[in-house]
Ligand binder design. Sequence first.
Ligand code: ACM
Length: 639
Amino acid sequence: MSFRVDLNVIAQQEQLSRFALTLHNLSDDAITIQSFNFIFDRYVTPNSVQHGTFTQVGSHCRFTPSSARLDANDSMYLEFEVNTFPLRYLSDGIKDACIETIEFKKPISVTRTPIVLVKPTATEETVPAVEPSKLALIPQPTHLTRADGNLILGREFNLVSCHPDAQAAIQWLQDESLSLHGLSLRITPTDSHPSIDYIHNPIFDQDAYRITVTALGCLVEAGEPAGFHNASATLLQLMQTNSIGHCSLPVVTIKDSPRFSYRGFMLDCARHFHPISSIKRLINQLAHYKINTFHWHLTDDEAWRIEIKALPELTDIGAWRGPGLPIEPQFSHASQKYGGVYTQQQIKGLIEYAQRRGITIIPEIDIPGHCRAAIRSLPDMLVDTDDPSRYRSVQNYSDNVLSPALKGTYQFLDIVLEEIAQLFPSQWVHIGADEVPKGVWVDSAACQAMMLEHGYQSPVELQGHLLRYAEQKLKSFGKRMVGWEEAQHGNKVSKETVIYSWLSEDAAINCAKQGFDVILQPAQYTYLDMAQSDMASEPGVDWANSISLKHAYHYRPLSAVDEQDPIHKRVLGIQAAIWSEIITDQERLDYMLFPRITALAEVMWSREQQRHWPDYLARLKGHLTQLKRQGVTYRAPWN
Ligand code: ACM
């Protein structure tokens, strides 16, 4: 059987595009179409589709033609419109498609030709040519002096340490030296030559460290485990091996500490499932760039990934999507069951793996919006059948918000938050709170009664009410709630909540002025699911803008805030992120991450005066061999 779909943009304005879609039957037989299903993530104006019935749930579009028969070598044609900004990329087209027919029991996959765009861009800005730097350190340290000569360590040498704070960092250095450089490092408690000696020095605070390399030895000093980890990351970038596998370190003194104490990366594991092995690989990579926090986006409309022992339906049902399942196919795999679960056992292993690399894992359970997978899994608990309110979320769902007037919502939160709090040692738990659609709850008699009871003027206060409940619950488990910038809408959560701004830096600055601690995650610079150029062939999205390597590197956090302004103290750090709508596999993840994550790691760590674009490029060029060695399929900055 052979079917193909073509999609052309036939007219395009700022907020209106019109499409022509053709489905070809290239087989030798006529078929009777029950539905043509395709994945397309813009919202199709429903009454723009004719000659059949059309429904869309999220990115899943289903068209049932009024004339069902499609003869061999014939085609079916339809047009439709969207009222969003223009499409620029081939990855904006149909992501997958299949047909359901009378003749065949299973859905039949449909191949796709690339979307035909209006005026596709074929060129991109080039990165200046540079010579690779021999001292390829990323992020750039605060103070570095290089002298002549090298410390020759050979192929096998000792790591000396007595202090327990250095133990994990030394173990990690040992593992990574072996896997990256083929080096055998012995750990001994006594002085011996040649060696790298880790010494506890209480003058260094949390992340800070000093490395002193002479021709005779290497001394690493730090005051806390984080400082030792950062030193190990630097050593791994300083190590040079020659053609016979012998290691040397350049004679340097490095005294280093970060600009921001929180340096984070968020991965969305709901839209596509990333196996534990891939997350471990990522966490290990983050440690190399001194990123100390992994924010794990575990639940969303399209999947609930974390095992909750008291509510097995959440993963039995909510972790899977596919034809005929409670959750329709989304973003890929139109004709198959797709999904995955992280068991609590696996999560414990991952937490330990991250701890050994100096990385804290913050779990995110996104409420009250972005909850469709949970709601589809637990309809008896989470669906308010008496609420006729109509709404549509940004991602095209009309049934993805928890109700603040439903008893089940609170039972659900009690169970989930307790298991999360017990499982994750992290002080912080992320509660999401983003993108609750307008129109939610407005026609619910129970919500209206609740507003009256509490004197609330706007439904957004109901959201605040729910989040305050979550905040207090988490507090009772000894946790601090953190959430997206919308968490403080409705003015109910306490100033203890940490706010992550994502739409821009402005929300963070406003929240910091009000007394919240904040994390900066502006989509315009830090969302690495944004495409890396304007070229049509570039995979990615661009609702914030495209983010080239140069653009990412030139993020200047808080550049609009006076240096003396006390709100700087409220800005705890910076986080980069990947939303996984189009991140289907490891290769795509690598491509979107590298090398931009190295640029953003430098934004998080290094002060403005240490950051220079040509100098960073030279270090990046020197560093690429290390990425190659790890098998990272990065986007080549130079062709
Ligand atoms: C977000 O990007 N909705 C936090």
